[in-house]
Design a protein around this ligand. Sequence first.
Ligand code: GUN
Length: 288
Amino acid sequence: MNTKISGKEVSSYIKNRILDEVKHLTDKPCLAVVLVGNNPASLSYVSSKKKSCEELGFNHRDIELEESVSEEALLLVIDELNNDKDVDGILVQLPLPKHIDTDNIIRRIVPEKDVDGFTPVNMGNLVLGQDCFVPCTPKGILALLDYYKIDTDGKKVVVVGRSNIVGKPIANLLMQKDRNATVTVCNTHTVDLKKECLAADILIVACGQREAIKGDMVKEGAVVIDVGINRIEDSTRERGWRLVGDCDYNALKDKVSAITPVPGGVGPMTIAMLMENTLIAFKRRRGL
Ligand code: GUN
């Protein structure tokens, strides 16, 4: 019997907890959401983030900029949000257009409002195991492991993908003294990806390649966390597409002990954690 790890269920549990807390606040947390251009996936993520703000009684500030906006103009927007006393959290939806240096933009966000946890100060503190804003997707993965009581102590964890958003932070979080996993991080140059994956007690896949992990690449009884969100054409759907993960869910589901579906797995957790980080920023800024 295997477990479908429901991010839908866990995220609504967490959001309800946040809602209960926010109900009693006179001032409400405020998240600024910056969207550049009109990438369909980004538009959809940003609209889910705003919807969650509304559901939880948060304020939100929406900044929508043309694809052609200059780096200088975007930096000025960040400065304004940094200095705006009513804004608790700043989220710049990634990816940004190619003519903009993403690192420059991220660096400009003051760490106290960096609810994505992407600034060098937050990432540095994360690696050091010190207090910081933990990036939302890795934080969501830890919350899923905790909710389903999946112990990582002494376990072999394999992370596929080394992005700043997921791979690097989740690998660092799991190797720390409170989680004690033995972590391997794979990338596109890994010589034998199948061999590495087969050794995993817990496999975390965030490589952005649809169904890259096949049925013969996981160990019997492993736990699989699929972070991928890929749109594929599907003419049977009215909208013409559907979402699949970075794992071949149907090939894996009967072999593993637990797995996250796509959609309804890690995705909703990322948003719940963004709300949690924004509430933390709100409280810290007021000394609560
Ligand atoms: N693009 C994909 N994931 C994320 C995320 O967690 N935060 C931001 N800001 N952009 C993203």
